[in-house]
Design a protein around this ligand. Structure first.
Ligand code: C2E
Ligand code: CA
Ligand code: CA
Length: 432
């Protein structure tokens, strides 16, 4: 038999309980055992990687140990299990307070890259009075703690047992995996900005493009739907947006024959909360010598509504510098007339969901007509996104929409393709 096989963590725990029981026999209120289990570890390991989880567990162990009295003991039990021994209690409140401190620490503990409070845990406490300790076997006490922990998993957990169990779903595990991959992918330059052209309905000219991120992942091209939410959750969106901003402005400077073509870029809420948001955008414009009027900042309507005053100030600062602001996905949030007045954007993008049913649904037609009217009333240009056929395009012309964007007039395309399309347009203009 090897040394490792001889060493049994369960035996260590039983021995430690035996010693604690010895200290507690005949003393006040006896001994309390707290057993803590972190059942979500497999998902964390998949999502964050083994070493980061190990590091997080070590940090958690130190924090938990820091909450204990002298003489208390914290033992790493099984994988993701902690056993806390609270011997020689003088008053029942002593163990209750200790448990509350441990629970608060578990609740507030921040796993790296994870929101506070997302750590799934179960906790069970058993008490053994000084009188009971006299006849109790240490392994029986440990068994009782495990029984209580198992009961904590039940919907009606008994007193002294609690479970905090935010669902760790396969989708979250996937999102964690993506979060972990993002910084490296950014360093390796795996992101590209693709461009979807926008056309003026007045004369059919391409007035610019919306830049949309694409991840050139070694296992295939990935659309933003598979990584933006994870990037927002982990904070990588700030670096990702900065990369998109610089890529877009650098490429825009080289677009042929079209000094007035615009670039629209998407900004998430997280980016707007960055204290350096406005100077970062202005610096990027200066670095690539792009006049601010050629950049449109797209923010979703619901994001703009979240904090109208703060958002309005930031966007106002960019508008003062000459950049344009667009309210994206309009109609899906809860914008009202009054808010529109305070938000003062330059452009409003009607969400695809209203554009899709335009030729079939009378209601959608009336709604889109109303939105166009409203936007024009506030001096905004109107962009319809998600135009997929000729009939919808004609309908938008009839309703007085200004600009269209959609698969019918052009899908998002790699930078070189968009540049080539602009060159064709510039040549046509030179000939006519
Ligand atoms: P969005 O800003 O609403 O962008 C328009 C999305 O609709 C794009 O999807 C585009 O490919 C798609 N689309 C355009 N025309 C049509 C059409 O005619 N039919 C259909 N079915 N779809 C159409 P994509 O590129 O997958 O981007 C999805 C979302 O990801 C964007 O929605 C935007 O919210 C986000 N996103 C993309 N790039 C960035 C970025 O650089 N930063 C941030 N924060 N978000 C981004
Ligand atoms: Ca957009
Ligand atoms: Ca949109």
């Amino acid at each position: 038999m090897t040394q490792a096989a001889l060493h049994s963590p369960a035996r260590d725990r039983v021995e430690a309980i035996g010693r604690a029981a010895g200290q507690s026999a005949g003393v006040g209120c006896g001994l309390a055992l707290v057993l803590i289990d972190l059942p979500g570890l497999l998902d964390w390991r998949v999502g964050y990687g083994v070493l980061r989880v190990e590091h997080a567990l070590d940090t958690l162990e130190r924090q938990l140990a820091g909450l204990l009295r002298e003489g208390d003991q914290l033992l790493r039990a099984g994988d993701g299990e902690f056993l806390v021994l609270l011997p020689a209690l003088r008053h029942p409140a002593e163990s209750q307070l200790a448990v509350r401190r441990l629970q608060r620490c578990l609740r507030d503990h921040a796993f790296p890259g994870l929101e506070r409070g997302a750590l799934e845990h179960r906790l069970a406490v058993i008490h053994c009075s000084a009188a009971e300790l006299a006849g109790a076997q240490p392994d029986w006490l440990l068994q009782r703690a495990y029984d209580a922990l198992a009961a904590a998993a039940l919907p009606q957990a008994p007193e002294g047992a609690s479970a905090a169990r935010p669902a760790v779903t396969a989708a979250l595990a996937e999102s964690l995996r993506v979060s972990r991959e993002l910084p490296g992918a950014l360093d390796r330059g795996e992101f590209e900005l693709w461009y979807q052209p926008k056309f003026a309905l007045l004369d059919g000219a391409c007035v610019g493009a919306e830049g949309l991120l694409r991840w050139l992942h070694p296992r295939g091209l990935r659309a933003p739907g598979s990584f933006i939410a994870a990037a927002e959750r982990s904070g990588s969106i700030v670096a990702l947006t900065r990369a998109a901003l610089h890529m877009g402005l650098q490429q825009l400077a080289g677009w042929p024959g079209a000094p007035n073509t615009h670039l629209s870029l998407n900004f998430s809420a997280v980016c707007l909360q960055e204290p350096t948001f406005v100077p970062d955008v202005l610096d990027a414009l200066a670095i690539w010598a792009v006049p601010p009027a050629r950049l449109t900042i797209e923010i979703t309507e619901s994001l703009a509504m979240r904090d109208v005053d703060a958002g309005g100030r930031l966007l106002g600062a960019l508008r003062d510098a000459g950049a344009r602001v667009s309210l994206d996905d309009f109609g899906t949030g809860y914008c009202s007339l009054g808010y529109l007045r305070r938000l003062t954007a330059d452009e409003l993008k009607i969400d695809r969901s209203f554009v899709t049913g335009l030729t079939r649904e009378q209601g959608d037609q009336r709604l889109v007509a109303g939105i166009i009217d409203l936007a024009h009333h506030f001096g905004m240009d109107v962009v319809a996104e998600g135009v997929e056929d000729d009939a919808t395009l004609e309908c938008l012309v009839a309703l007085g929409c200004d600009i269209v964007q959609g698969y019918f007039t052009g899908r998002p395309m790699p930078p070189a393709d968009f540049q080539a399309a602009l060159a064709v347009q510039a040549n046509r203009e030179n000939v006519s």
